[in-house]
Design a protein around this ligand. Structure first.
Ligand code: ATP
Ligand code: MG
Length: 561
């Protein structure tokens, strides 16, 4: 089977780069970077940025650096660093050379701060945090100059040196760029560029007690690495003048171009590390890789393939205007992938025992079924037909609704890939619960239509003798609201958690071949959806499968508006 080549839709960032290359800018080089802050796991929004940055580098024969933007040591950790590296690799991308850390450049960034002071373009501020805010003004009113704005270069150098030496407490002094307190752009009203934080850093230990702010760090890191196109999300548009001011003022050897694009927003979920962390911390989910999380780790555990995520990112495109993408598109992209790649298997979620009375005890027939009805190259699998089998409770009805096509007392149904059976008798326990069906098979119906009658229903089944026990986790969307984050009527994220986002079936029966299931290899369980072995399955004595996605989209029609 071949998939038609998908035409890659062009977008404005690609066009900017093509133009730069045609004009010989940056000596014909393209160097991008993906700069996560290691304060959480990557989510689907980051995947968009990863696909864009690494994708552009590949397309233009350039390089893409992975750089940890690690200027907030108290929120960051090695766990997050490792998770982010694993996620980028899993998505199928390779970073240029070694991993970078903004903290690698702390000395250089500090030198640049001293240079700004010497140039009379930075000063040490003694106002408190609240006073700084007060002096900053508002969107409609200009700010006021701080009384400390005109400290001499010598005094600033001395104070900054003593800040670095640890002489002052956190929150007492900061270093600010001296730009323009009446600028229409609040980011240009003497932004703070260094602050005191007496905390250990995961990379630099206790070497520093002052840390540069994001806006000062990011542009310098880009310049040090010789990034040509510094691609970021739209909220940084208003920071671009500061980005350029810092690099122009310092006269850095290179001056990357910042380009902004619209971040990915997906309905029925959230893409904010801080809020995802809240779900983890409050135990709403089992961890960052809970299969309901929109994190790369969660999607992987849920059974998403890297290719499906890359396709999704390609499909949604890159624009300059904010919008909300329908979750159905992400689900479409994995369904599309799994329909082609997932071999079929049978697993009974709500087992009901069926005894085939006209089959000898101990007899076992081995049947061959194709692994994929539309792809012969995937080969076949063996399944066993025995006197005792399981079908799903939902495939039998004592009092059938109208037009019911599955099994009823005295009725017939086809077992998928096997015989037509007829229900002769219902066996109940003392409380009146159905515990078993007594059936007979029509021996002339293997691979053949039954004589003289039509049997419409086909159900999945497994041999009670050779099946394996399994636990099945069915997932649905984590939130019931289209925009969980809207805070409408004072509701919070926790108020719109979907109580049915996880349903566990404990006593499932899977066909014997599934003992060989491995993490990451998808299956389509006939009539139930696409599934993958859970990565924590080894901790359980039974097989544990996660449902990646349903066979069809059931949300578009019934989703609450
Ligand atoms: P969050 O708000 O979730 O913490 P962030 O932007 O603070 O996100 P970073 O670690 O700073 O997270 O992001 C690394 C890169 O990923 C940045 O270039 C950022 O612009 C990009 N990015 C983050 N969220 C999205 C998103 N939803 N869509 C596209 N790109 C994103
Ligand atoms: Mg950030």
């Amino acid at each position: 089977m071949s998939t038609p080549e998908k035409a890659t839709p062009s977008h404005f960032i690609r066009q900017i780069i093509q133009k730069d290359l045609s004009e010989g800018k940056n000596s014909g080089q393209v160097a991008t970077r993906f700069p996560p802050e290691p304060n959480g796991y990557l989510h689907i929004g980051h995947a968009k940025s990863i696909c864009l940055n690494f994708g552009l580098a590949t397309e233009f024969d350039g390089t893409c650096n992975l750089r940890f933007d690690d200027t907030n040591p108290e929120k960051e950790s090695e766990e997050y660093i490792n998770a982010i590296k694993a996620d980028v690799e899993w998505l199928g991308f390779e970073w240029n050379d070694d991993i970078r850390y903004a903290s690698n450049y702390f000395s250089k960034i500090h030198e640049y701060a001293v240079q700004l002071i010497e140039q009379g373009q930075a000063y040490v501020e003694s106002l408190s945090v609240d006073e700084i805010r007060e002096y900053r003004g508002t969107l409609t009113e200009p700010g006021k100059d701080s009384p400390y704005r005109n400290r001499s270069v010598e005094e600033n150098i001395d104070l900054f040196q003593r800040m670095k030496a640890g002489e002052f407490d956190e929150g007492t002094l900061v270093l600010r760029a001296k730009i323009d307190m009446s600028s229409g752009n609040i980011n240009m009203r003497d932004p703070v560029i260094y602050r005191i934080r007496k905390v250990e850093h995961h990379q630099t230990g206790n070497e520093w007690c002052i840390y540069p702010m994001y806006d000062f760090t990011h542009c310098i890191s880009d310049a040090i690495e010789g990034i040509t196109h510094s691609v970021c999300t739209l909220e940084f548009e208003a920071h671009r003048p500061l980005y350029d001011w810092v690099l122009d003022s310092l006269g850095t050897p290179s001056h990357p171009q910042q380009i902004e694009f619209a971040r990915l927003n997906l309905n029925y979920t959230i893409t904010s590390k801080r809020k995802l962390k809240q779900l983890v911390d409050e135990g709403v989910v089992s961890g960052w890789d809970d299969p309901r999380m929109p994190t790369v780790a969660g999607l992987r555990r849920r059974g998403y393939s890297p290719g499906s995520i890359r396709n999704f990112c390609e499909m949604i495109g890159v624009t300059k205007s904010d919008g909300v993408v329908d979750m159905g598109m992400l689900e479409f992209s994995i369904r599309d992938d799994l329909d082609k790649s997932a071999p079929r298997a049978m697993c009974v979620l709500r087992p009901l025992k069926v005894v085939i009375e006209n089959m000898e005890e101990g007899a076992k027939e081995t049947l061959s079924m194709s692994a994929h009805p539309k792809d012969e190259s995937m080969g076949s699998r063996e399944i066993h037909f025995t006197r005792e089998i399981y079908i799903d409770r939902d495939d039998f009805a004592e009092v059938p609704p109208p037009k019911y096509k599955r099994l009823i007392e005295g009725g017939e149904v086809r077992l998928r890939g096997c015989y037509v059976i007829k229900c002769q008798e219902i066996i109940k326990d003392a409380d009146g619960n159905i515990i078993e069906l007594r059936c007979t098979r029509d021996i002339d119906t293997l691979g053949k239509k039954p004589e003289g009658r039509k049997v419409k229903g086909v159900v999945h089944w497994v041999s009670a003798e050779t099946c394996v026990d399994a636990e099945i986790r069915m997932y649905d969307r984590l939130f019931t609201a289209e925009n969980p984050d809207s805070n409408k009527d004072g509701r919070t994220l926790l108020d719109v958690i979907n109580p049915e986002s996880l349903t566990v079936f404990h006593n499932c029966k899977a066909e014997s071949g599934l003992v060989g299931a491995v993490v990451g290899k998808p299956y389509q369980f006939e009539r139930e959806g696409y599934f993958v072995l859970d990565s924590d399955a080894h901790k359980s004595k039974n097989l544990v499968f996660n449902r990646t996605v349903t066979l069809r989209d059931s949300w578009t029609k019934i989703a609450p508006k």
